[in-house]
Design a protein around this ligand. Structure first.
Ligand SMILES: Cc1cc2nc3c(=O)[nH]c(=O)nc-3n(C[C@H](O)[C@H](O)[C@H](O)COP(=O)(O)OP(=O)(O)OC[C@H]3O[C@@H](n4cnc5c(N)ncnc54)[C@H](O)[C@@H]3O)c2cc1C
Ligand code: SF4
Ligand code: SF4
Ligand code: SF4
Length: 409
């Protein structure tokens, strides 16, 4: 049976809990807010299925005979583009599957933002209107749940098309689960994102507490990557009962984005991620393209573009079929992956990570985030510089110069 000796060795994908024939594995939350499997030894029959489905134990090499292809794409529908994180590639793939009577598994943000184990969870939908729920990255670990792999299996056994999207570990997990259960995967389409890391759902609840206390408001929803100021200055958008959705702060000043990008509250497995690689089990890998101007003037409109790797013939056929929905450019693989560090390299944990989580268990959200991410004069200055550049219409140019000088996007 599965035994987690080091937390780095579990990405929390829930596949073991879904696979166990005795249903004796429960996913329980630790004091950092991440889920791990807990086994009722008395019910275990030592069938080893939990080990067989675990993507961390069974690291795969999924090179196949298909010659990988690289694309940069942008959805033609302005509403889809506005709501998506980058260029809306995911929606185009998902719409194809729905047109063929299929179902889509993706990540929704719950109405109850304080929901446990996480405000983000995997659900499935079977109509285009509901795809809206999946658009926009939720920068928080999604709870897959033990029911999700069973549902994927059931739909495939009914002969339906199934598109499953998620982080690379979740996608490898579902593949491992379906292989172990010997399910025919002809109708399965897998989409993974390039994944920096997933932050703790506990710390997200602390962020909500911080915002609510600081601004005396009740938060009703958030968008982690809003394009209010354009794609190149994506912001956290907080919607409350008092602000008409008028909170837009970027990585320099929003406490959640600052916490995420300082690697202070990521899942331990993300710092030694086994799923960072060029060749993947998925049909598509999608991620941001901030420097789209290098490849296409047509797409350089600050509305967002997705970089995409197609890993299979099935993926290529789907992309060809949806090409009318997308403006797309083919780019050699070696060029498209240039600068995509998160594709291959794990981020190092912040050296304050341990004390941060100790404090998180004793301080309320307001005190915690004021301690680690206060709005200092330097933070205010950085925000002022960005806002001034935006207001006088030189943000894009200034960002290009910044990228050229620092090599950072
Ligand atoms: C946790 C996380 C970390 C990421 N890190 C990077 C990065 O370091 N560099 C980079 O270039 N891109 C990263 N991305 C990918 C990027 O944010 C966009 O998802 C990608 O560019 C696709 O955009 P899109 O407009 O085509 O699709 P969108 O319409 O934005 O589609 C979003 C897709 O992501 C899925 N999704 C949303 N939230 C989660 C979640 N919490 N867990 C699993 N799946 C989720 C949805 O189900 C949907 O399939 C990350 C995404 C996530 C979720
Ligand atoms: S060995 Fe089998 S019965 Fe025991 S926990 Fe794992 S899957 Fe369940
Ligand atoms: S299957 Fe997933 S949840 Fe279970 S031990 Fe492996 S990584 Fe962790
Ligand atoms: S960084 Fe790796 S381990 Fe962490 S969520 Fe992403 S794919 Fe999973």
């Amino acid at each position: 049976m599965i035994e987690i000796k080091n937390k780095k060795d579990c990405c929390g994908c829930c596949m073991c809990a879904g696979a166990c024939p005795k249903e004796c594995i429960k996913m329980l939350t630790d004091d950092e807010g991440f889920v791990y499997p807990h086994i009722d030894d008395s019910a275990c029959v030592n069938c080893h299925l939990c080990e067989k489905v675990c993507p961390v134990i069974n690291v795969r090499d999924d090179r196949n005979s298909f010659q990988q292809q690289g694309y940069i794409v942008q959805h033609r529908n302005p509403e889809v583009l506005r709501e998506s994180t980058a260029g809306g590639a995911f929606t185009a793939i998902a719409e194809y599957v729905i047109d063929h009577g299929g179902v889509i598994f993706g990540v929704e943000l719950q109405t109850d933002l304080y929901a446990k184990p996480s405000a983000a969870h995997h659900i499935w939908v079977d109509n285009k209107a509901d795809l809206k729920k999946f658009r926009n990255s939720k920068y928080i670990q999604s709870f897959v749940g033990e029911g999700t792999p069973k549902q994927v299996k059931s739909f495939l056994e009914q002969g339906k098309y199934v598109c499953f999207s998620g982080t690379p570990c979740q996608v490898e997990g579902i593949k491992q689960y379906l292989d172990a259960k010997k399910v025919d995967q002809t109708n399965l389409i897998l989409v993974d994102v390039v994944c920096r890391a997933v932050p703790s759902p506990l710390i997200f609840r602390k962020y909500l507490e911080h915002q609510e206390k600081k601004n005396s408001e009740h938060i009703t929803s958030v968008r982690f990557r809003d394009k209010h100021y354009g794609y190149k200055y994506s912001t956290m958008n907080v919607i409350s009962d008092r602000n008409n959705g008028d909170y837009h702060r970027g990585v320099e000043s929003d406490p959640w984005l600052r916490a995420f990008f300082s690697n202070i509250c990521d899942r331990p497995s993300c710092h030694d991620c086994k799923f960072r690689k060029l060749h993947r089990v998925s049909d598509f890998t999608i991620w941001d393209c901030f420097h789209v101007g290098r490849f296409s003037k047509e797409l350089d409109n600050d509305r967002g573009a997705t970089r995409m790797l197609v890993h299979s013939l099935k993926g290529q056929q789907i992309l060809d079929a949806v090409s009318e929905e997308l403006v797309e450019f083919k780019v050699p693989v070696q060029i498209i992956v240039d600068g995509a560090k998160e594709l291959n390299e794990s981020v190092a944990p912040n050296e304050q990570r341990e004390t941060f989580f100790i404090d998180a268990n004793t301080l309320n959200g307001y005190d915690l985030l004021e301690k680690y991410f206060p709005e200092t004069a330097k933070v205010k200055l950085k925000r002022m510089i960005r806002m001034t550049a935006l207001n006088i219409g030189i943000y894009s140019v200034a960002k290009k110069v910044f990228v050229r000088l620092t090599g950072k996007y």
